[in-house]
Design a protein around this ligand. Structure first.
Ligand SMILES: [Zn+2]
Ligand SMILES: [Zn+2]
Length: 280
């Protein structure tokens, strides 16, 4: 069974200008049975329109996620009804930095329209998104340690269904900057994250976007998928993290195969925050 539980639409600032309907039509064409729309909602930028940490911000760098969250949830809820005979459309959100504002976070995760919350960490407290950092000037080891510490806090906070793209900074550090990083030195930190997730009954996603980017591997890569499995992890969703209609479903077959090789016999998608399992 083909699913894609991580997709963005025009309600995400960094995605192409396609509607939820266009994404749905493509999913149906590909034979995807369940698709989650998970537009960005960065909790630390929920109310205020703030500039991202870029040198010359343009209008496009100004965001208030409260509004885009509302647009996304409304559009997906309407499309659910429209496509109900052809596609299980999941109303999701990619929640960034959930620990940064408890009130805003609760407002989003308690929204009754939501089926599914991906908990992501795109930036460290007081820093810009990992996308914007210049890794030639950064202490990469220090960044990774802080990244895993913050991820653990996010898991302890427990305001999501699955943890998003574990090892996300590698997209830029190893992929874009070509700085080889041996993340096996953080194995204990990653194990602590898994232990907390498993204890809380939460899951992880395998995010296939890295396969079509310079990094060339999913987030997380096979070794950590295997570690999650061997520690007793059972809940796994698959997501392309597509920011365009063309990327819907990309790499999903590959990551399902990796999951099977790591020992998983089931994948999952979420309805009303409950995992629905399917055979791999
Ligand atoms: Zn993300
Ligand atoms: Zn995403």
């Amino acid at each position: 069974m083909l699913t894609d539980c991580h997709t963005h639409t025009h309600n995400s600032f960094d995605a192409e200008n396609d509607t939820v309907s266009e994404r749905c039509e493509r999913a149906i064409e590909l034979g995807i049975k369940a698709m989650a729309v998970t537009d960005h909602c960065e909790i630390n930028r929920f109310y205020e329109h703030e500039y991202y940490n870029v040198d010359a911000p343009t209008e496009e760098d100004v965001f208030g996620y409260k509004d885009s969250f509302e647009s996304s949830a409304a559009e997906v809820t309407a499309a659910k009804e429209l496509y109900k005979d052809k596609l299980t459309l999941i109303c999701g959100v990619e929640l960034g930095q959930a620990c940064s504002d408890e009130e805003a976070c609760d407002k989003v995760v308690n929204d009754k329209r939501l089926d599914f919350v991906i908990g992501s960490m795109h930036e460290l407290p007081g820093r810009a998104d990992f996308y914007f950092l210049d890794y030639r000037k950064e202490d990469v080891d220090k960044l990774f340690r802080e990244y895993f510490d913050e991820l653990l806090k996010l898991c302890v906070k427990n305001k999501f269904d699955v943890l998003g793209h574990l090892t996300y900074p590698l997209r830029y550090i190893e992929g874009d900057y070509g700085i080889k990083t041996d993340i096996s030195v953080y194995r204990d930190n990653i194990a602590a994250v898994f232990e907390t997730l498993i204890k809380n009954g939460k899951g992880i996603e395998i995010n296939s976007s890295g396969l079509r980017q310079k990094y060339g591997k999913p987030f997380p890569s096979y070794e950590y998928l295997k570690l999650y499995h061997d520690m007793g992890g059972k809940i796994l969703t698959f997501g392309s993290d597509s920011h365009s209609t063309a990327d819907i479903g990309k790499g999903i077959n590959e990551v399902m195969e990796l999951a099977a090789n790591a020992g998983f016999d089931k994948g999952a998608y979420y309805i009303k925050h409950e995992p629905v399992f399917f055979k791999l």
